[in-house]
Design a protein. Sequence first.
Length: 94
Amino acid sequence: MIMNHSISLDMIVDNKYSVVVGAGNNKQVDHINTGSILWKNSDFSQSLLDRMFADDEFVNKGFWEQSALIKLIKNDSSLLDHVKIVDLRMFNAH
C-alpha cells in the first residue's frame, strides 16, 4: 500500500520492465527488498519466479526469496533489462 499520495503508481511502474523492486542504499542490488515488489504477468516474470524457486540454497533461511533474487541478478546482470530497481521510499518502505 502506498500512503504517500504524492507518489503515483505511474511513477513506479514502467512498461519496459516486468519486475519493479525497491532497494535501499542507493538502489544497490545487495539491498533489494522483495517485501516491496511489483510483478507484471509476463513470461519473463514467470521464468524468473521459476528460477528463484528452483534454487533451494536459501530455503528455510530468512528472506530466502530476496537472497535468491539477489544471487540471480549478481550472476546474470542482463536480468536488469527486465528488473527495475527503485528507491525503497517509492514504496514508503524506508
